[in-house]
Structure formats: structure tokens, C-alpha cells
Write a protein that binds this ligand. Structure first.
Ligand code: PXP
Length: 243
């Protein structure tokens, strides 16, 4: 049985709101409802282009949530100032490209080592836990440790796509995530996982005991159209607990 936490990413409630430029549906309302239905945390990604979550959403979440807020952000000066002001429970540093539809891969901790180290120490000194979103690769994990991160979030996007399309190489990708999660935990990092997770992919992923938190957004918000937010969150939580 897994006792991993479920972090619900509410970005795509904001995507729907912004599609019409109205004040609804409200990401804050979704977050408060998610809290009520058993989410253990809320994740929101404030992108440089503000395509979904906007600054006011972060303010509202910080002011109203009882459960931890995990702020996803790029390692830019602008985002650093916002995070220092709001002191979210955790900051998850992700790579960001303007033209991408979603976060396509983990951050390159080799290329960005110095920036990430500096950024991480400022956020930690300000009281936020720091998480780095990385691919399942040992060099990346070792760098996360040296950078001083508290948490690594392993990018599960590739595995989730493979399992959804019934690929025969899905198991080898799962084994890679499992091995890197175990290794990360063994060197003292807290392990999270996220990206592309669905009801199908959570079952094998939640069997990985080293993973202490899953951050799931697009599927939960999409499935809520059919099942409602309450049933979707409760089902996702029970799939994690049963694994
Ligand atoms: N974790 C991180 C670091 C992400 O960037 C995202 C996407 O914003 C997620 C989790 C959630 O991914 P998805 O929306 O595909 O569930």
C-alpha cells in the first residue's frame, strides 16, 4: 500500500477561464474543493506568458489554502521575486520554453548548475522547500543533491505516453523511474513524480514506494468534466492508496 500524497494541479481550470476572458471557472474554488475532497496539496504553475495561472491566482491561493501550495516556476529573476514575496510551502523549478504546449522535459541541472544553486539557496533561506523537476537520470539527481534541493520531482511524461499507447517498452521506462526514485531517496532527497499521469498510469507508478507525492493536473481537470471533481480526486487517491 502506498501512502503517497496527491497534489492537484489546477492550471487548466485557469486555461478554461482564460479562453473566454471571464472570471470563471475559478482556480481558487477548484483548489478549495480539491482540499475538501482529499487533495494533500495544490500545485500551480505561474508561467512567464501567464497563459493559465496569473499573479492574482497565486495571491488568492496563498491567502486561502489550508493545505500546502507547490508553486511551479522557471528559474527567472521575476519568478524568484514572486516566490520570495509569497513564500509558498514548496517551489518546483521547471524548464520553460515559450513555444511549448507543456513542460516537455526536466530541467538541465548540468547547464544551469550555478543559477539553480543560487536560486535554491535564496528560496530555502526564505522558508520554501525547493524541488527540481528532472528526468530520470543519475547525473541530474546527483546535481540536485549538490545544488541543495530538498526534493526531486521525476518527469513521468514519457512513461505515461508509452502506457497510454500500449507500448511494449513502457515497463523498461517504469523500471528506470523506479530505480532512480530509489537512488534519490537513498541519498536523502524526497521524491515526487508528475506529468501526464492518468488513472491507468497511476497504478504502476504508485507501487514505487520511494515516491512520496504525485502531482497531477491535466487528466484530473479533464476527467472532472465527466465524473466531477469530487469523484475524480477520490478515485485518484484511492488508486494511490490501493497500489
Ligand atoms: N509536475 C510538473 C513539474 C509539471 O510541470 C506539471 C505540468 O504543469 C505537472 C506535474 C502536471 O502535469 P499534468 O498536467 O500532465 O498532470
Amino acid at each position: 500500500m502506498s501512502n503517497a500524497r496527491l497534489g492537484v494541479n489546477i492550471d487548466h481550470v485557469a486555461t478554461v477561464r482564460n479562453a473566454r476572458g471571464e472570471g470563471y471557472p475559478s482556480p481558487l474554488r477548484a483548489a478549495l474543493d480539491a482540499e475538501l475532497y482529499g487533495a494533500d496539496g495544490i500545485t500551480a504553475h505561474l508561467r512567464e506568458d501567464r497563459r493559465h495561472i496569473v499573479d492574482k491566482d497565486i495571491e488568492d491561493l496563498v491567502d486561502n489554502l489550508q493545505i500546502p501550495l507547490n508553486l511551479e516556476m522557471a528559474a527567472t529573476e521575476e519568478m524568484l521575486l514572486i516566490a520570495l514575496k509569497h513564500k509558498p510551502n514548496a517551489c518546483c523549478i521547471v524548464p520553460e520554453k515559450r513555444a511549448e504546449v507543456t513542460t516537455e522535459g526536466g530541467i538541465d541541472t548540468v547547464k544551469n548548475f550555478k543559477t539553480l544553486k543560487d536560486y535554491t539557496s535564496q528560496l530555502k533561506d526564505n522558508g520554501s522547500r525547493v524541488s527540481l523537476f528532472v528526468d530520470a537520470d543519475k547525473i541530474q539527481i546527483d546535481n540536485c543533491m549538490e545544488i541543495g534541493a530538498d526534493i526531486v520531482e521525476i518527469h513521468t511524461g514519457k512513461y505515461c505516453q508509452l502506457i497510454e499507447t500500449g507500448s511494449t517498452i513502457a515497463d523498461s521506462e517504469l523500471n528506470k523511474i523506479m530505480a532512480i526514485s530509489k537512488y534519490s531517496e537513498s541519498i536523502g532527497l524526497e521524491v515526487h513524480a508528475g506529468h501526464g499521469i492518468t488513472f491507468n498510469s497511476i497504478k504502476p507508478l504508485a507501487k514505487i514506494q520511494s515516491v512520496k507525492e504525485f502531482n497531477i493536473g491535466h487528466f484530473i481537470i479533464g476527467e472532472s468534466i465527466f465524473m466531477g471533481l469530487e469523484k475524480t480526486i477520490k478515485k485518484m487517491k484511492s488508486l494511490i492508496l490501493e497500489s
